[in-house]
Design a protein around this ligand. Structure first.
Ligand SMILES: [Zn+2]
Ligand SMILES: [Zn+2]
Length: 361
């Protein structure tokens, strides 16, 4: 199958729009015609992580219509509307315990650029292998070949082209609050970073009934928008008295949630906790974390979280139900770009002018 895709060849270069060849779906796989695909910070990891196999087609927040099914696929049929999420094996201890985000083969499956047998489903026009299977999907393209296990079927009446980010960014933020941290009614939470993941967390904290929801960010416009989605207090992250402001706002938070990956911010997030408080971490953390163990001795917990602890087939329908009720307006965070403008979309994310770009092939 000849498809159009955005290929990253050089870590410092632009995405190139190319015609590439994609295999037909094999056993357990399906082909999806992409309706829309979110751009997430994780898609930019090959720019900064040595050893990522280039050239690569990234993209892991895709939604679309099933175009073909491979042998043995029973869970979806051609024409079904689907949201694609991350890949997992289904049989390891974590998967059997319904914690697929902690699948023992999560990293090679989702970030390795190859099937586990070392093959890829994509070749460029010259016949050279291109890394694919990014989060099991590689959806910066008009079609993707995906494990059937990764997809979540959704109602045909929904705005399909906007649903892809439910499969990663929005699921990560909302799931961290509703599943991993299990935020309780009347509690307090501080969310560091008011991007797509942070704002989804803030919406979810409101759904969970948290009383005090503090947003911390460097960008005043993003902070302002956090109010609209449930933040009760705002703290500008560049102020030197952030810890004091957080104390004042929460008297010690029950939960803190870091979406920045910056060690100094994580240290602040741990220090802002109550005794028995829990600090959740998501994203790609950069650098070492220096903490005095006494900061934990009072019963605090630091919790690493992948994909909001979600079982996508249960959690994405739940998020859509909250959206229908007006409680989870994720669509307001999205701006669409044609896939051919992926470089402009990346630029807009870096500058903070767009919270969640969705690329339309
Ligand atoms: Zn597994
Ligand atoms: Zn992501």
């Amino acid at each position: 199958m000849r498809v159009t895709a955005a290929v990253l060849r050089d870590p410092k270069g632009a995405f190139m729009i190319e015609e590439i060849d994609l295999d037909d779906p094999g056993p357990g796989e399906i082909a999806v015609r992409i309706a829309g695909v979110g751009l997430c910070h994780t898609d930019l990891l090959p720019r900064v992580t040595p050893g990522m196999p280039l050239p690569i087609v990234c993209g892991h927040e895709g939604s679309g219509v099933v175009a073909a099914i491979g042998p043995g696929v029973t869970e979806v049929a051609v024409g079904d509307h689907v949201v694609m999420s991350f890949d997992s094996c289904g049989t390891c201890r974590s998967c059997v315990a319904e914690r697929p985000a902690y699948c023992t083969t999560f990293f090679p499956r989702n970030l390795g650029g190859r099937r586990l047998d070392g093959t890829t489903s994509a070749k460029d026009a010259a016949g050279v292998d291109i890394s694919s299977r990014w989060f099991g999907q590689s959806s910066f393209a008009d079609h993707a070949v995906v494990e059937a296990r990764n997809v979540v079927k959704v109602d045909a009446g929904l705005p399909l082209e906007l649903l892809g980010p439910l499969g990663c960014g929005f699921q990560t933020g909302a799931g961290a609050v509703l599943n991993s941290l299990d935020v309780q009614p009347g509690s307090s939470i501080v969310v560091f970073g008011a991007g797509a993941v942070g704002l989804a967390a803030i919406m979810a904290a409101r759904i969970a009934g948290a009383d005090t929801i503090v947003a911390v960010d460097l960008n005043p416009e993003r902070l302002e928008s956090a109010t609209k989605y449930g933040a009760t207090q705002l703290v500008h992250g560049a102020n030197d008295d952030v810890p004091r402001q957080l104390r004042r706002a929460t008297k010690g938070a029950d939960y803190t949630f870091d979406t920045t990956g910056v060690p100094a911010v994580i240290a602040t997030a741990i220090d802002a906790l109550n005794p028995l408080g829990v600090c959740g971490l998501v994203g790609a953390q950069r650098g070492d974390l220096a903490i005095n163990p006494m900061q934990l001795a009072v019963g605090r917990t630091i919790k690493g979280i992948v994909e909001g602890d979600a079982v996508p087939r249960r959690f994405i329908p739940r998020l859509l139900e909250h959206w229908r009720r007006g409680e989870f307006p994720f669509d307001e965070l999205i701006r669409t770009f044609p896939l051919t403008e992926i470089n402009e979309a990346e630029h807009a994310v870096h500058h903070g002018s767009v919270i969640k770009p969705v690329l339309i092939p």
